[in-house]
Design a protein around this ligand. Structure first.
Ligand code: PLP
Length: 282
């Protein structure tokens, strides 16, 4: 397989990373994941914009223009002949003897990208999944798509240990987001989701969903809800680049609605599919 190592397409075996890379020692970097449908990247501009925003928030200067990065990633997808799958990329602050403060003089950032093949999880989309409440113990800059994912890792592990597909994280009573997804509840024909502040990642799929709600006439209130309100919702679902719109039919021991993906959720899924189809016809 071919990967990107800084601005070069190379074989995986050629890549040499330092044990003093700050990504390895401190999780000092940011990343993105973009879905490839039928050879095209979905919402690529939004993902690239967020990558630059995340980097800027931690003072990493990406040494390429957005257009150059877009082309590099596109060439990688072509080189690996990805039809359906993902492209992952990350940038770290670079390599320097271990010390917490930023290295002086500034190090060269290290960029890595690779692709993965993967089909859509149709069964989850159709049947829905179970989720588990997990206390949100992460830091207060969850808006940054940081390589520091220990809180997310522990939340997902706790969910999977309980036989659940995803964790629903909450700070005290307030539901924030999943371990790698955003969360939504629908009650009496209104969709509720946590506002985009420092406590959640501003999901790209979430932005698509906001536009789809307008398209299908579903009212949205971007207000946080509690765990108690969550289990009382008529419908519940999660969203992410890989999980798209996945219905949640059970949280811990509580069945949501009638235990099946809800009407509005299905409409949103259909509208999402139409967006993906549009991409293929470009
Ligand atoms: N929240 C977290 C913590 C995530 O890691 C992710 C994505 O992996 C999301 C939300 C969903 O974001 P997106 O729709 O951009 O994939």
């Amino acid at each position: 397989t071919t990967m990107l190592w800084n601005d070069r397409l190379v074989k995986k075996e050629e890549i040499k990373l330092s044990i003093e890379d700050r990504g390895y020692q401190f999780g000092d970097g940011v990343y993105e994941v973009i879905k490839v449908y039928n050879g095209s990247m979905f919402t690529v501009t939004e993902h690239i914009d967020r990558f630059y925003e995340s980097a800027e928030k931690i003072n990493i200067v990406i040494p390429y223009t957005k257009d150059v990065l877009h082309k590099m990633v596109y060439d990688l997808i072509e080189a690996n002949e990805i039809v359906n799958g993902y492209v992952y990329f990350q940038i770290t602050r670079g390599s320097s003897p271990r010390a917490h403060a930023f290295p002086q003089p500034t190090t060269e950032p290290v960029f890595i990208a690779y692709t993965m093949k993967g089909e859509r999880s149709i069964e989850n989309f159709e049947k829905g999944v179970k989720a588990k409440f997990v206390e949100d113990i992460r830091w207060l800059r969850c808006d940054i798509k940081s390589l520091n994912l220990l809180g997310n890792v522990l939340a997902k592990e706790a969910a999977q240990q309980a036989g659940c597909y995803e964790a629903i994280q909450h700070r005290g009573e307030i539901v924030t987001e999943g371990s790698s997804s955003n969360m939504y509840g629908i009650k009496d024909g209104v969709l509720y989701t946590h506002p985009t502040n420092n406590l959640i990642l501003h999901g790209i799929t979430r932005r698509v969903i906001m536009s789809l709600c307008e398209e299908i006439g579903l009212s949205v209130i971007e207000e946080a809800f509690t765990t108690e309100q969550a289990i009382d919702m008529d419908e519940f679902f999660m969203s992410s680049t890989s999980s798209e719109i996945t219905p949640i039919i059970q949280i811990d021991d509580s069945i949501i609605g009638n235990g099946k993906p809800g009407e509005w959720t299905r409409k949103l899924q259909a509208a999402f599919d139409a967006r993906v189809q549009q991409l293929g016809s470009l």
